[in-house]
Design a protein around this ligand. Structure first.
Ligand SMILES: Cc1cc2nc3c(=O)[nH]c(=O)nc-3n(C[C@H](O)[C@H](O)[C@H](O)COP(=O)(O)OP(=O)(O)OC[C@H]3O[C@@H](n4cnc5c(N)ncnc54)[C@H](O)[C@@H]3O)c2cc1C
Length: 365
C-alpha cells in the first residue's frame, strides 16, 4: 500500500499534489494553457519522468504510479500535458528510424499515435516487402489523436514474415483519413484507410514478425498506469462524498447518518482500498523484474470497473444536480466509461487471466 514509501517517493507524491493545485485547475484547455503546463512540468522535473534517461535515475514503476495517482487525485484538467511523450513501441530503436521518428517524438517535435484496432469483417492490415519498400493496405478504425499525428505505429501483417509494428507517416501517399470522431470523454480519434502506402522497409520496428508481442508489451505497460490514474480519481470521489455526507440535509441531520447511504459509502471505500492495494503490490513486483502480465490486467480491470461504479453510485447519492452537464461527477462519468474498453476490454482481459492460470500456469492470481 502507499504507506511504506521511501522519502524520495513521498517527495514526488507531494510535488505532484502541489503541481496539480498550482497548474491543473481551471477548465481552459487552449494550446497556450497546455504549453504553459508543459513548461511548468519540465521545470518541476515531471515532464521527463515518462521518457527514457538511460541513467540510474530512470523512474521505477512505483514512482510512475505514485506520480499519476497523486496528480489524478485532484481531478485535474489537462493532466495529459504533464508528461512528455514516451518512446512506446519505438523504445530501443536505433539508426535511421531513431533519427527520423524516435528523437523528434521525445523532443516533442513529432506526434505519434497507435493503430491496432480494425473494423470487423475486413482483411487485417497487410503489407508486402518489395525491394527496399513495404507496401501496405488495410484499415485502422480507432486511432487516438490520429488526425493530429505525424505518424501512426501500426500493426501490419507482413507477408512471409508475420505481424510487425510499422511506422506509417500520415502524409504519405495513399494514407486516407476516413473519419474524425469524438468519444464520450471528449477525446479525438481517427479512422484511416491505407491504399498501397509505400514506406521504407526500415520503418518496420525491431524484428519483423515480432509485432504482436511488441504491441502487447506497449499496451501492458500502460495498463498499470491506467489503474494508477483510476486510483487517483477514486481518492477524489471519496473526498467529495465525505464532504457531501458529513453535511446536513434539509432535516438538519448529516446525510451520511442514513444506514443505506453509509453502507453504500463504506462499500466504495472497501473497493478503493482493494484497488489501491493491488496497484501498489503490482508496481513493486514490476520493480523486482517479476512478470506482472496477469497482475497488471487484473489491476486495470478492477480499477477501471471500480472507478466506474464509484462515480455512478456517487451520482446516485448526490442526486440530480450531479447530472448537470458541467458538474464534476457528470464530467468524470463521461471520462471514465471508455477505460473499460481502451487498452483491453474487461471481458477479454478476464479471459486472458483465465488462460494464464488454466493453460499457462502463470502469475499469482
Ligand atoms: C477512449 C478510447 C481510446 C482508444 N484508443 C485507441 C488507439 O489509440 N488505438 C487503437 O488501436 N485502439 C484504440 N481504442 C480501441 C480499443 O482498443 C477497442 O475499443 C477495444 O480493444 C475493444 O475492441 P472493439 O472496440 O473493436 O470491440 P470488440 O473487439 O468488438 O469487443 C466488444 C466486446 O465484445 C466482446 N469480445 C470481443 N472479443 C472477445 C473475445 N476474444 N472473447 C470474448 N469476448 C470478446 C467483449 O464483451 C468486448 O467488450 C480506443 C478505445 C477507446 C474507448
Amino acid at each position: 500500500m502507499p504507506e511504506s514509501l521511501t522519502p524520495e517517493l513521498i517527495e514526488l507524491r507531494d510535488a505532484c499534489q502541489t503541481f496539480a493545485a498550482e497548474h491543473l485547475v481551471g477548465s481552459d484547455s487552449s494550446a497556450e494553457t497546455r504549453a504553459n503546463i508543459r513548461a511548468a512540468a519540465k521545470a518541476a522535473g515531471l515532464f521527463g519522468l515518462t521518457q527514457p534517461t538511460h541513467s540510474e535515475n530512470t523512474p521505477t514503476q512505483l514512482a510512475l504510479c505514485v506520480a499519476r495517482e497523486s496528480l489524478a487525485a485532484s481531478n485535474p484538467n489537462n493532466m495529459d500535458s504533464v508528461f512528455g511523450p514516451s518512446a512506446g513501441v519505438l523504445g530501443g530503436v536505433t539508426g535511421a528510424l531513431a533519427k527520423s521518428h524516435l528523437e523528434p517524438l521525445l523532443a516533442g517535435e513529432k506526434r505519434a499515435s497507435f493503430g491496432f484496432t480494425e473494423p470487423d469483417n475486413v482483411q487485417p492490415t497487410h503489407g508486402r516487402v518489395t525491394g527496399d519498400q513495404l507496401v501496405i493496405n488495410g484499415q485502422k478504425s480507432y486511432v487516438t489523436g490520429g488526425a493530429d499525428a505525424d505518424f501512426v505505429n501500426c500493426l501490419v501483417h507482413v507477408e512471409d514474415r508475420g505481424p510487425s509494428m510499422v511506422v506509417v507517416d500520415t502524409d504519405r501517399e495513399g494514407v486516407i483519413l476516413e473519419k474524425k470522431f469524438v468519444s464520450l470523454d471528449g477525446s479525438h480519434h481517427a479512422a484511416f484507410r491505407f491504399e498501397n502506402v509505400a514506406v521504407p522497409s526500415h520503418h518496420i520496428i525491431g524484428e519483423a514478425g515480432q509485432g504482436l508481442p511488441k504491441a502487447m508489451r506497449q499496451i501492458g505497460d500502460t495498463r498499470l498506469l491506467f489503474a494508477a490514474q483510476a486510483s487517483g480519481y477514486m481518492l477524489w470521489v471519496l473526498n467529495l462524498l465525505k464532504e457531501h455526507l458529513t453535511a446536513a440535509d434539509n432535516s438538519g441531520e448529516a446525510r451520511g447518518n442514513k444506514d443505506v447511504v453509509r453502507w453504500q459509502y463504506a462499500n466504495l471505500r472497501i473497493k478503493a482500498f482493494a484497488a489501491r492495494s493491488m496497484l501498489y503490490r503490482t508496481a513493486r513486483l514490476a520493480d523486482q523484474d517479476e512478470n506482472i502480465v496477469n497482475e497488471a490486467m487484473a489491476c486495470k480491470v478492477f480499477a477501471t470497473e471500480t472507478i466506474g461504479e464509484m462515480v455512478d453510485t456517487s451520482i446516485q447519492l448526490v442526486g440530480g444536480v450531479a447530472l448537470v452537464e458541467d458538474h464534476p461527477l457528470a464530467i468524470l462519468y463521461r471520462k471514465v466509461r471508455g477505460w473499460r474498453l481502451a487498452e483491453g476490454a474487461s471481458d477479454v482481459l478476464r479471459l486472458n487471466i483465465g488462460r494464464g492460470i488454466l493453460e499457462l500456469d502463470k502469475g499469482r492470481i
